[in-house]
Structure formats: structure tokens, C-alpha cells
Write a protein that binds this ligand. Structure first.
Ligand SMILES: O=C([O-])CC(=O)C(=O)O
Ligand SMILES: [Mg+2]
Length: 563
């Protein structure tokens, strides 16, 4: 990763860095640089071409890349993250040109500490690790999964200001069951069938210990594991780690539900929730919402649990369905169905008459016209969240949800959708209930508090602080999530909540923050955020006098506070 060849650098800085002559002679403003980037992006036809351009930009000058991304969150995020990152992961072995993370294959077992030592950056605050076995809703993409680790970490930097050189994308390569990849001569991963859970856990044991040995306070985010439960259960009380798909998705959806439930005017105890999809994300989300209903709705565990109906590929999850249920589904499995089984989503809706419909099924279009119209008959303002990613797997579009509910829906999707023009000409924006609203703040809050563990209270706090970070103006516009261009502020609030929870749980270890009030702490968090407009830190380290002179002289067109 480099920032050395930036055309915005003034002659004095170029001399100091010994790059005069290596950079074109003109000294450019940031605005001009960004214009060039936007023009280049515009000239690329496909999302994938844009992705490749942006990757090169990040690798050649990350400051410029982050100035572009932070200044154009709404337009650029979909190109480096959901949905285009899905195309990138699917085509990874065809678009690959440079390594941007760590590849840890099975054959390196026993030697992972040495392999991890090869990572060139001395300091790492956070890594995202996937095994590529369930990338978004796209299935097993083998080592192509590293794209999701890279994409998530780009958002850690853009949203929460974690320095780009302190982020580490990892893919562990335990084989793949994807025949297309196994038969592709360009495939970059190990050509073998995917190993099972026992081997995976052995490998992860070694990797976790090796990561911690090299960077004792590293945060480890698990991402897109087909079965994410064993690693979370095993490591969450041993290492500073969390699972984004269970806990991050759970928290972000919870925040949206908190705000949406308030807008329905219906008390938690009178809500009924149907979940299409009973995998890790579905159950993770349901669990978090159940906690909220217990806390805010003053319900017992049992009362809260009974409001949830999970639907998987065999229909409503019940105790007497005749198949052996996976462990994680048991908590929400119904026993009050009087022997009746409900096979289709439609049957379940007729039976439950839900006020809330959640999609975590990766079945694109599963919420069809009939389903959405039914929802509109059960409550004045139905809550419909098609959360599967990327766009192609979304259970319905924003357009459909608005049209078929007479514009009454309270909506959030996992992937971005265009806005909708209402009958009265008003433009409605869709909520995007993507975990990008919380994971950067969870990471930043953990770094700031120096917490040794990430417990459930910290995750819950991320949801609460996200929910309350909605402004009055956003509320009045019918939004349930903040506008994406405010994400830096929002992430700082989420981080604040995470720090407070860490303090409450006696997990915080940073002496500098003891006794700080909320405003001071938010400013402290913002002060720690990476600023892509600042003078390169290598100058500060090698020549403080020069650095002081440059910072006072350089006119920085983007001040940190503007970001
Ligand atoms: O990456 C995203 O957009 C959300 C996510 O974690 C997933 O769908 O697995
Ligand atoms: Mg994920």
C-alpha cells in the first residue's frame, strides 16, 4: 500500500520524499484529482471494470482512493462493496492482478505463524477473515472470498477511520465445493474439495493464536462462513472477535426495527414476525430483536420468543415437522401449530398474519406481488426487510414494496436500491439495512476502549446508538437509517455506544478515556480517525520540523471536519 505518488503534493514535499520527477510536474487540487477519477469511472462500462479501476487506485494511492470514497459514499460504496464486490468475488481468479491480503491455505498448517509474519505492515488493528464458503448470497467462491474481506476493510477505513495500513484482509483456503472453480484453469485457490468442520476448527485454532501472537490487540472479524456458529462460540470469550453475519447483521437490522416499530405505533407485544431464511443471519437477527422486545417491550424471554416464526426451505420451522432441526433453529421452533404444517411462505402468512416480514433467504424475488399485498392487509404500515445480498438475491425491490403496499411500507434492504417517485411526486429513499452501519463502529469502539473481548452488550449498544443517531430531519423524511453520506458521524456515535458498553462491562482498558463525557469522547474518537487529507505520517515520523512546516503551509482543501 502506498501514498507516495500523489499529484497534490507540493514541490517541498516531493523533494522531502525524493519523488520529484517520479510524479507528473503539475501540483493538483483535490478537486481536480477527484474529477479525473470520476471521469475514469464514468468511462468504464461494467461494475466489474469500475471495481478493478478502484482497486488499482487504492493500491497506488490510498489517500486519493479514500478521499474519493468518503466524498462520494453513496455512489462509490456499491462499487467497492455490495453489490459489485459480489461480481468481483465470483470472478476473482480472472481479474486478479495483485495480492491485497493474506492467503492462508491448508498446506501451510503448522506454519501459519511464519506465514503471518510475512505480512509487511508492523501494526495491524483489525482483520476480516473468511473461508469463502458462503459469500453474500452467492455460495462457495473459494479464495475469491478475499474480495469481501478487502471490501469490508475499505469500509472500516472510510466509515470509521481505521488507518488503511492497519487493516488486514484474510482468506483461509480449505478447498472449495464449487465445480466451476475446480474446473477453471485460472482458479487461484487450492484445487481440492472443501475440508470439513473439524479440520476448519483446527486450522482456525492455529490461525487465531498466530494472529494474536504477532498483534496482541488485533480484532478479528469473521465473515461469510457457511457455518459461522462454531468459531463464534469457541473464540468469543478467548479473543477480541465477532461475527459480522450473526452479530453485525443482527445489530443493524435491530436498529432499523427499533425505528420502524416506533413508526408503526404497534407495541412490541402485538408484533408478529415472519423470517424467510433460518440460517445464521436469520437466527442472529431474530435473537437480537428478541432481546430488544424483552428490554423495551418488557416481555419475558418466552413471551418474546413466541412472536417469531421462522420459515426455511421446508416451511414453518416446527417441532413436529418430522426432520431433524439444526441446533441453531431450535430456539424459535414452534410447538403451537396443532400438528398442522405450513409449507409455503403464503400459507405461513395466512396463518400468522405478521406485521413484520424479514428476508434472509437469498431467494431473489421471494416476496412477490401476492406476498407483499398480503402484508399490506395485516397492518397499516407493514415492515418488510428483504435483506439478502447482493441485489440479485434480494427478496423484493424497493419499487415493488412501495407499489404493492400503496406506499405504506417501512422498508430496508441489504443491498442498495434506487429511490422511488411517489404518486404525489415525492421522492422516497429506501433504507439500506446493511451491516456497514455498525461493523466499522464496533471495530472503532473496540480499538478506542482497548477492550479485550467484544461481548453481546457491546453489539447491542451498536444497534441502540445507530437507532438514535437518526436525525429529526431524516425521521421526517420517513427514513429508518441515517443517510449514508453521514456515515462517519454515525460510526463515531456507534463507536461511542460500544465504548460505553465496554466500560459498563469492565472490559475497557484505555486510561485516556476514563471519566470523559459523551461529547468529549466523540471528539476523541473523531480525533483518532484516519484523515486522507493529512500530510503523510511518514514525514511526521522522519522529520517533525518538516511536518510542522508542511501542515502549516499546505492548504488542505478538505479539512478533516468536512469528512
Ligand atoms: O456484505 C454485505 O453486504 C452484508 C453481509 O455481510 C452479507 O450479506 O453477508
Ligand atoms: Mg457477510
Amino acid at each position: 500500500m502506498s501514498t507516495r505518488f500523489d499529484t497534490s503534493y507540493e514541490p517541498e514535499l516531493r523533494e522531502h520524499l525524493h519523488i520529484s520527477g517520479l510524479v507528473p510536474p503539475v501540483v493538483e487540487t483535490y478537486d481536480i484529482q477527484i474529477k479525473r477519477c470520476l471521469k475514469a469511472l464514468e468511462s468504464k462500462k461494467s461494475g466489474l471494470d469500475k471495481y478493478v479501476y478502484l482497486s488499482h487506485l487504492r493500491n497506488s494511492n490510498f489517500n486519493l482512493f479514500y478521499r474519493l470514497l468518503i466524498g462520494h459514499m453513496k455512489d462509490i460504496t456499491p462499487l467497492v462493496y455490495t453489490p459489485v464486490v459480489g461480481d468481483a468475488c465470483e470472478n476473482w481468479s480472472h481479474i486478479f492482478s495483485e495480492p491485497e491480503g493474506l492467503y492462508l491455505p491448508w498446506k501451510e498448517r503448522g506454519n501459519l505463524a511464519e506465514t503471518i509474519k510475512n505480512w509487511p505492515e508492523k501494526e495491524v488493528d483489525i482483520c476480516v477473515v473468511t473461508d469463502g464458503s458462503r459469500i453474500l448470497g452467492l455460495g462457495d467462491l473459494g479464495v475469491g472470498g478475499i474480495g469481501i474481506s478487502i471490501g469490508k476493510l475499505a469500509l472500516y477505513t472510510a466509515c470509521a477511520g481505521i488507518h488503511p495500513t492497519k487493516t488486514l484482509p484474510i482468506v483461509i483456503d480449505l478447498g472449495t465445493d464449487n465445480e466451476r472453480l475446480l474446473n477453471d484453469e485460472l482458479y487461484l485457490g487450492t484445487r481440492m474439495k472443501r475440508l470439513g468442520e473439524k479440520d476448519m476448527m483446527k486450522f482456525l485454532d492455529e490461525m487465531m493464536a498466530a494472529l494474536k501472537a504477532r498483534w496482541p490487540s488485533i480484532i478479528i472479524q469473521f465473515e461469510d462462513f457457511k457455518n459461522p456458529f462454531p468459531s463464534l462460540a469457541k473464540y468469543q470469550n478467548m479473543y477480541t472477535c465477532f461475527n459480522d453475519d450473526i452479530q453485525g447483521t443482527g445489530a443493524v437490522v435491530l436498529a432499523g426495527v427499533i425505528n420502524a416499530v416506533r413508526d408503526t405505533g404497534i407495541a412490541p407485544k402485538d408484533q408478529r414476525l415472519v423470517f424467510l431464511g433460518a440460517g445464521s443471519a436469520g437466527v442472529g437477527v431474530a435473537r437480537q430483536i428478541m432481546e430488544m422486545f424483552k428490554k423495551d417491550g418488557h416481555l419475558s424471554e418466552d413471551e418474546a420468543r413466541k412472536l417469531f416464526y421462522l420459515v426455511d426451505s421446508k416451511g414453518l420451522v416446527t417441532n413436529d415437522r418430522g426432520d431433524k432441526l439444526q441446533e441453531h433453529k431450535l430456539i424459535f421452533s414452534r410447538s403451537d401449530n396443532n400438528g398442522q404444517q405450513y409449507k409455503s411462505l403464503e400459507d405461513v402468512l395466512d396463518y400468522v398474519k405478521p406485521t413484520i416480514l424479514m428476508g434472509l433467504s437469498t431467494i431473489g424475488g421471494a416476496f412477490n406481488e401476492g406476498i407483499i399485498k398480503k402484508m399490506a392487509t395485516y397492518s397499516e404500515r407493514p415492515i418488510i426487510f428483504p435483506l439478502s445480498n447482493p441485489v440479485s438475491k434480494s427478496e423484493c425491490t424497493f419499487d415493488e414494496a412501495m407499489k404493492y403496499t400503496n406506499e405504506k411500507v417501512l422498508f430496508a434492504s441489504g443491498s442498495p436500491f434506487p429511490s422511488y417517485e411517489g404518486k404525489d411526486g415525492k421522492i422516497h429513499e429506501p433504507g439500506q439495512g446493511n451491516n456497514m452501519y455498525v461493523f466499522p463502529g464496533i471495530g472503532m469502539g473496540t480499538i478506542i476502549s482497548q477492550a479485550s473481548l467484544i461481548n453481546q452488550d457491546m453489539i447491542y449498544a451498536s444497534a441502540e446508538y445507530l437507532a438514535t443517531s437518526l436525525t429529526k430531519e431524516e425521521r421526517d423524511d420517513g427514513l429508518i437509517y441515517p443517510r449514508i453520506d453521514r456515515i462517519r458521524d454515525v460510526s463515531a456515535r456507534v463507536a461511542l455506544g460500544v465504548v460505553r458498553a465496554a466500560e459498563r462491562n469492565h472490559l475497557a482498558r484505555n486510561p485516556e478515556i476514563v471519566g470523559m463525557d459523551d461529547d468529549t469522547l466523540v471528539e476523541y474518537i473523531k480525533g483518532k480517525m484516519y484523515d486522507p487529507t493529512a500530510v503523510p505520517t511518514e514525514v511526521e515520523e522522519t522529520d517533525p520540523g518538516m511536518w510542522n512546516w508542511l501542515t502549516s503551509k499546505l492548504s488542505l482543501p478538505w479539512s478533516a471536519s468536512k469528512l
